[in-house]
Ligand binder design. Structure first.
Ligand code: UDX
Length: 444
């Protein structure tokens, strides 16, 4: 079995590498020459724990190769996966131009017995439309849809041990070849769901929108906790113990970001609106998550007596979540910019040493460790839930700062720990210390 994967972003690269780890011969293709050069020399263009070792191992075994030549790469492949980006257009809909460019390019050279599988997240109907597009060009091949549910930072484990594999197929041939590709997962009894491409396409959007809604729900409950003295971590624990609800994605924080939730909720909402279907919960989720940014900035300002001008702010973590260097739609971007607009002096430490972050905040100083980042700080703000922030020596940090104020937007510390450290501690949805209102501050 020869597999070609077009696109070496998170989904394409992780899928290709993991297929080679299953034992298949895989060629990963990308039109970005420098990226392919890097990959050939063993450098991994994304921060994903464990990926470098798998690339090295499977490249050495000659099961995994990288190429910029789309045409020759797909010519003798039995199965071709398309995993290129589908970013948001201005109206929120998915931009399918990269998908169609790739399909167009392979149309003349794909093996007529091969199966084309779309892995990019695409609106309902796209797989069928691609089949017709190819057929109109005289290329009659099977086209299937296979969404990817991997999370950044845990991508390899998610690929190797997924909760389920969804396969949207229209023919016995596509079903057969995809069964072979995913056969290594049968031994772990992973549920494999065969369905229509349309159902598979919608399953992907519905899953991401539901998770985004779950995060947003707990964030709104966190707001309520702050108003009535309840503790959102305990509320989440109590809710999560109900198996019908489940304990995942109930961690309150600064709002969801990343390359998928914001883009996929918008695309789903746009798709439904065009069909006259009111997805009011998805609409409210998007709105609530946008408002979350304003609320987080307000929370920080209130903890700083509504004045950050000239204050030294130590930011711990800027990536949209831990274990990634990805800054796409990270809540940190809006929060930091809002504080800069109000005259704050900001320094950043992020354990990924993200190049993306350094480009976005090119005028700011990045430090090499959390402690140096907090020297002379008036405020420390934890924005990302990196594990290493869980074990910071708070007493040592307290010795280094100018003013012991810690704002933890990921609820990393327990209230007793924070209280013992001598910091004024503010978190999300836990009323350890009640914030003054703007009115109270202004009438002081
Ligand atoms: C997501 C989906 O989980 C994955 O299945 C899909 O294929 C791609 O999109 P990813 O974007 O890597 O994965 O991150 P995820 O772990 O889902 O987190 C998304 C956002 O929600 C992050 O900003 C994260 O910080 C936030 N989040 C998540 C919370 O605020 N609380 C939670 O409890 C969980």
């Amino acid at each position: 079995m020869k597999i070609a994967v077009i696109g070496t972003g998170y989904v394409g690269l992780v899928s290709g590498v993991c297929f080679s780890e299953f034992g298949f011969n895989v060629i990963c293709v990308d039109n970005d020459v420098s990226k392919i050069k890097e990959l050939r020399s063993g450098k991994v263009p994304i921060y994903e724990p464990g990926l470098d070792k798998l690339i090295q191992k499977n490249s050495q075994a000659k099961r995994l190769i990288f190429s910029v030549d789309m045409k020759s790469s797909v010519a003798d492949a039995d199965i071709v996966f398309i995993a290129v980006g589908t970013p948001s257009k201005l109206d929120g809909s998915a931009d399918l131009s990269c998908v169609y460019t790739a399909v167009d390019e392979i149309s003349s050279c794909i093996n007529k017995n091969a199966v084309l599988v779309i892995k990019s997240t695409v609106p309902v109907g796209t797989t069928t439309a691609i089949k017709k597009f190819l057929s109109d060009k005289g290329t009659d091949i099977d086209v299937a849809f296979n969404p990817e549910f991997l999370k950044e930072g845990a991508a390899i484990a998610d690929f190797m041990h997924p909760d389920r594999v969804i396969l949207g197929v229209q023919s016995k041939k596509a079903k057969k070849i995809l069964s072979q590709v995913y056969r290594p997962l049968y031994v772990f009894n992973i549920p494999i769901v065969f369905t229509s491409p349309e159902t598979a396409e919608l399953s992907k959007y519905a899953s991401n929108a539901f998770l985004a809604m779950k995060v947003t729900f707990i964030n709104e409950i966190a707001d309520l906790c702050e108003s009535c003295g309840a503790d959102v971590n305990d509320v989440a624990l109590a809710m999560g113990l109900d198996k019908r609800i489940g304990d995942k994605f109930l961690q309150a924080g600064p709002g969801y970001g990343g390359s998928c939730f914001p883009k996929d909720t918008s695309a789903l909402q746009n798709f439904a609106q065009k069909r006259g279907v009111n997805l009011s919960l998805v609409k409210e989720t998007i709105k609530s998550n946008n408002n979350r940014l304003i609320r987080m900035v307000e929370k920080i300002l209130l903890a700083c007596d509504n004045n950050v001008k000239g204050k030294n702010i130590s930011i711990l973590g800027v990536t949209f979540k831990a274990d990634t260097d990805d800054m796409r739609d990270s809540p940190s971007i809006g929060i930091i910019n809002a504080l800069l607009e109000r005259g704050a002096n900001i320094q950043i430490y992020d354990p990924s040493f993200s190049d993306q972050a350094k480009q976005i905040f090119s005028s700011l100083k990045f430090n090499d460790n959390a402690y140096d980042n907090c020297n002379e700080a008036d405020v420390i703000i934890i924005l990302t839930d990196w594990s290493e922030f869980r074990a910071l020596n708070l007493q040592e940090l307290n010795r280094r700062v100018k003013n012991p104020l810690l704002i933890d937007l990921r609820n990393i510390y327990t209230l007793p720990e924070a209280s013992a450290s001598g910091f004024n501690y503010y978190s999300v949805g836990r009323c350890f210390k009640k914030l003054k209102s703007i009115e109270e501050i202004t009438t002081q």
